[in-house]
Design a protein around this ligand. Structure first.
Ligand code: NAI
Ligand code: MG
Length: 333
């Protein structure tokens, strides 16, 4: 039996996490669910976006499935973004974001790539200062964090097509981005001689991702570049409604869709649960429940292809109708 901690969070998290849970329950897997809370609404009520009890629940679970967390774009005293707090507190240093061709409108063919984003440093250390009309932010790059993320990327590439693009901006930032580049290339060449490491500058990478997407296997990069490029990658395969992700540390694992809390559609029951269902599949793979993971993924693809589809993909199905169709298809496979 695996213990799964569910954290719906904010907005459409309360719609897509229950949908994914329904699929997991219908598959009759050896999973036991507990609930925990986090996010903006938790902050408004308790003054903290991630209560200690939630951190303990994540630690006690074998894996956590989260929905989405709202974060205001202005500074709010005492507030820390929930997912960033979890990543930092639990040292969830690897953010995996796969992008794969699926049968949906606007999706390019032949794509099967994986972003491995460093999740704990870069610009996300949040050392920002303001001097009247000038604002400055620090960026942190360490050899140890660059090494461990490069290892994750190379290890995963080994199980895939054996290629890692190391994405950087060392031409402009030779000290910070340079340290990442040098460390990642070194580790892969030294410890994974069977994996091909290719260095690529981030802006050229953005263009190549659009024009030659099928040439990519694994990409590894620093926090902000990984955040931006992974949304671009999601855009290439049909958008945020279908993009899953994992945050992995050496102990805990928190799985969440790439999208946010979507306040513009929250509460209407029309959110696309695909990203969260595919995120649950990543979680099942992590728990070594590979066969049901692949079967659920196949059911999702079948429904994406033949409908019903949700509105973001041009259909008119609501969250529940789509989820029912996935469950029905799963049983029929
Ligand atoms: P968002 O991802 O919430 O929404 C962007 C657009 O995509 C919206 O039009 C939304 O309706 C649509 N969308 C997203 N997910 C969808 C789904 N499953 N089905 C159908 N349509 C979907 O990003 P936005 O609007 O920039 O941010 C909203 C809030 O979410 C902010 O507070 C932001 O901080 C937070 N956020 C949280 C993330 C996380 O928890 N990891 C990631 C990104 C944003
Ligand atoms: Mg993002």
């Amino acid at each position: 039996m695996h213990n799964i901690c569910l954290i719906p969070g904010d907005g459409i998290g309360h719609e897509v996490v229950p949908a994914a849970r329904r699929v997991l329950e219908a598959a009759e897997l050896p999973l036991r669910f507990v609930h925990a809370e986090a996010g903006w609404s938790t902050f408004e009520r308790l003054g903290t976006s991630v209560p200690d009890a939630t951190i303990k629940a994540i630690q006690a679970a074998d894996a956590t499935l989260a929905g989405a967390f709202t974060a205001p774009s202005v500074k709010v005293a005492g507030f820390q973004g929930a997912i960033r707090y979890m990543r930092r507190t639990l040292d969830l240093y690897a953010n995996l974001r796969p992008a794969k061709t699926r049968p949906v409108p606007g999706c390019l063919p032949g794509i099967d790539m994986l972003m491995v984003r460093e999740n704990t440093e870069g610009l996300y250390v949040e050392f920002e200062r303001r001097y009247n009309d000038i604002a400055i932010a620090d960026v942190k790059i360490s050899r140890s964090a660059s090494e461990r993320i490069a290892r994750v990327a190379a290890q995963l590439a080994r199980e895939r097509r054996g290629q890692v693009h190391v994405v950087h901006k060392a031409n402009v930032l030779p000290i910070t981005s340079g340290l990442f580049l040098e460390t990642a290339m070194d580790v892969i060449r030294r410890e994974y001689p069977d994996v091909k490491a290719i260095d690529i500058i981030v802006d050229a990478c953005a263009m190549k991702l659009v024009r030659e997407s099928s040439s990519f296997d694994v990409l590894v990069t620093t926090n902000l570049f990984g955040d931006i490029l992974s949304d671009l990658m999601a855009g290439l395969v049909g958008g945020l409604g279908i993009a899953p992700s994992a945050n992995l540390g050496d102990r805990e694992a928190v799985f969440e869709p790439v999208h946010g809390s979507a306040p513009d559609i929250a509460g209407q029951g029309i959110a696309n649960p695909t990203a969260t269902i595919l995120t649950a599949c990543l979680m099942l793979e992590h728990l070594k429940l590979r066969e049901p993971a692949q079967r659920i993924e196949a059911a999702v693809d079948r429904v994406l292809e033949h409908g019903p589809r949700t509105r973001d993909l041009g259909g008119d199905a609501d969250t529940e109708t789509f989820t029912d169709a996935v469950i029905e298809t799963y049983h029929a496979l």
